[in-house]
Design a protein. Structure first.
Length: 294
């Protein structure tokens, strides 16, 4: 995350940062994403190209420091055309079963998040709802669970999509997760524009928005901690410290098949599994991350 006026360029295959504090050099292969927060950042086209070659995502931000765009590599996968053809030929029943598993995992993770911060009783209703999700979620159990979840995680008067600082923090965290999920999908040859459930013609990341649903509670938990500790302002703005904490979401830990993974690795595992699910025509092949309560 770069929050101050900085000049970025490529030097001997590494990224060089120059600002008032001096000059710093970092190997590109150690970087997964760069968040460009300051409006006074300049960077070279050679660095942009090198970032794409190395699979480094570049996240741009608005004047209010909210992520508003992501630059991803173009066709980096050796099996791009094969994977794309498979994705475009997936059947509607497969997509419905994949969406069922995603919604089930999302609600279960929301329940685990509630259990950790509000107690097991608060999560009981959500766990019950997760078992009612059918193929394609025709009864929109996802929305029912959301109403239950938000009213119990924050204060009863909390409204998701409001203009308060908690909502600003959630939006910031989700944008960070979105960048990591999109990065993995592009790396494995998938076309993010074609979704499992989301089908907005104006959205270039429909598939990303589908898959990231299961990771949202990772951001919810971090935002809850910041909110609980009274570290959020009341003016709807995020402090520099708030944004720095949220930028660490890529390192947050979840479980896949009982093993610990940071969110960035979990995105890779899930995306690889999605490709396998499309190839085998079985939704059960895609692994689902689980929120950690310990």
């Amino acid at each position: 995350m770069i929050q101050n006026p900085t000049k970025l360029n490529l030097s001997k295959g590494q990224i060089t940062l120059r600002n008032e504090q001096g000059e710093h050099t970092l190997p590109l292969e150690d970087i997964a994403a760069i968040i460009l927060e300051s409006p006074e950042i300049t960077l070279t086209s050679a660095l942009l190209s090198a970032c794409m070659e190395q699979g480094v995502s570049l996240v741009t931000c608005s004047a209010t420091h909210t992520p508003n765009g992501v630059l991803q590599p173009f066709l980096p996968h050796s099996r791009q055309s094969k994977v794309a053809r498979l994705q475009l030929s997936w059947s509607e029943p497969l997509r419905k079963r994949l969406w069922q598993r995603i919604v089930q995992a999302k609600i279960t993770n929301q329940a685990l998040c509630l259990s950790k911060y509000r107690g097991k009783e608060a999560s009981a209703r959500l766990l019950a709802l997760s078992k009612q999700v059918q193929s394609g979620d025709p009864n929109n159990i996802e929305a029912q669970a959301a109403r239950e979840y938000w009213s119990k995680l924050f204060d009863k008067g909390f409204i998701r999509s409001g203009s308060d600082s908690a909502n600003a923090a959630l939006n910031y965290g989700y944008a960070i997760i979105r960048a990591f999920v999109a990065r993995s999908q592009v790396a494995y040859g998938l076309l993010p524009i074609f979704g499992i459930h989301h089908e907005n013609e104006l959205n270039a990341f429909n598939l990303t928005d589908d898959v990231m649903e299961v990771f949202r509670p990772q951001a919810d938990a971090l935002v809850f901690q910041i909110w609980r500790d009274a570290e959020l302002s009341e003016n709807g703005q995020l402090s520099k410290e708030n944004r720095q904490k949220l930028a660490t979401l890529g390192a947050s830990i979840c479980l896949i098949d009982g093993q610990k993974h940071n969110l960035m690795n979990a995105c890779d595992r899930m995306t690889k599994g999605l490709v396998s699910a499309i190839e085998s025509k079985s939704a059960l092949v895609m692994p689902m991350p689980q929120f950690m309560t310990d």
